[in-house]
Design a protein around this ligand. Structure first.
Ligand code: ATP
Ligand code: MG
Length: 341
């Protein structure tokens, strides 16, 4: 939190010194957990003048499942979600890491810097395996955090807006950068996480909202679909609404979402709803979310039919990512003494 606060300060004083990279897995459409956990910070960084790299982490889809599913559709959808939310393809490089060979090659020297025991301890890897019902962890899932280090360090990003689940991975990236620098000379920054007020949004069932779990409010849903979904959100039997994240996590989550949309403290929202109960809480949340997302949804509908537009954005983003990744890989080879001609 302290490091994240320091980034906020830098964002005000010296935004040009910040280079952001963050990513989503193309496993489905983006949801309000992404929006409040990361996307609003992505857009804030962009508006402040930071350099923006937005990754679509397609290889990482097969870390916790066998098949890629409708990967083309998911990549298309993710690109649209990010642009509709405010990322400007003129200013942000949006790319898929499967199209950037030099980025992936960085994983080889990076793998030499970590131990198997260290990877096996990573709590997010364990959680993801558990959620996916995997009993035997595959090589790609185990080394996911090292791949992520390559994703972040290939463009030398120093800030990564993420939710709480990503903190162990980010720590692993810092360790990889530090060890590389110690062994071969100063090359990579040690990036910091930028956390939002919503470090972990819960889904309709009260567990982490995740594309893979079907417990989400998607950004692209209609106002009616949103209302219908929110009606089914888990609350508790206490009729009087209070903000108590520890003892009433589901109700607190809904209050926090209202607060994030309306800019009013969650305690105050709770007081206003009082003995209106879960029904009034959900009604207010539905209105708040639908109002907050209305411009995004309208923009998304406008862009939706234009597959060529998305392809052009990815083509340009991939070309730029390749340029930068090749330059970094050259530098890495040089540092390692692997230049022979
Ligand atoms: P999957 O179930 O496929 O892993 P996901 O919903 O967890 O999907 P990711 O693509 O893994 O989404 O995460 C993208 C980014 O959004 C990460 O920075 C992650 O921390 C953030 N994020 C995802 N879910 C939440 C959430 N519920 N609350 C806050 N941030 C979130
Ligand atoms: Mg995830």
């Amino acid at each position: 939190m302290a490091r994240s606060a320091a980034i906020e300060k830098r964002l005000e004083e010296n935004p040009e010194s910040l280079r952001m990279l963050t990513g989503d897995r193309p496993t489905g459409a983006l949801h309000i957990g992404h929006y409040f956990g990361s996307i609003r910070n992505r857009v804030k960084l962009q508006q402040s003048g930071a350099e923006i790299w937005q990754l679509i982490a397609d290889y990482q889809v097969i870390t916790d499942r066998e098949m890629l599913g409708d990967i083309r559709g998911s990549v298309h959808s993710l690109t649209l979600d990010n642009i509709a939310a405010g990322l400007d393809p003129e200013r942000a490089t949006i790319f898929t890491h499967s199209a950037v060979p030099a980025l992936n090659q960085l994983m080889l020297p990076f793998l030499s810097l970590v131990s198997v025991a260290e990877l096996q301890r990573n709590p997010t890897v364990k959680d993801e395996a558990k959620t996916a019902g995997i009993t035997s962890i595959g090589g790609l899932l185990l080394t996911y955090p090292v791949h992520q280090a390559a994703d972040i360090l290939f463009c030398k990003a120093n800030v990564v807006p993420v939710g709480r689940d990503q903190l162990p991975h980010l720590e692993q990236t810092r360790v990889v950068a530090r060890r590389f620098n110690e062994r071969y000379g100063a090359t990579f920054p040690e990036p910091d996480a930028l956390l939002s007020e919503a470090t972990l949004i819960l889904g309709l069932d009260g567990t982490k909202m995740s594309k893979s779990k079907g417990n989400v409010i998607e950004l692209r849903m209609t106002a009616d679909e949103t209302a219908k979904k929110l009606k089914g959100a888990k609350t508790d039997s206490d009729r009087v609404i209070t903000y108590d994240p520890e003892h009433r996590p589901e109700v607190a989550n809904l209050l926090l979402l209202i607060s994030l949309c309306e800019g009013v403290a969650p305690e105050l929202v709770a007081e206003e709803i009082g003995d209106g109960g879960g029904g009034a809480l959900k009604k207010r949340l539905t209105e708040a979310i639908n109002t907050e997302l209305a411009p995004l949804r309208a923009r998304r509908l406008e862009l939706e039919g234009d597959a060529a537009y998305v392809a052009d954005i990815l083509r340009a983003g991939n070309a730029r990512a390749n340029e930068v990744a090749e330059a970094t890989l050259d530098e890495v080879r040089e540092r390692m003494g692997m230049v022979y001609t």
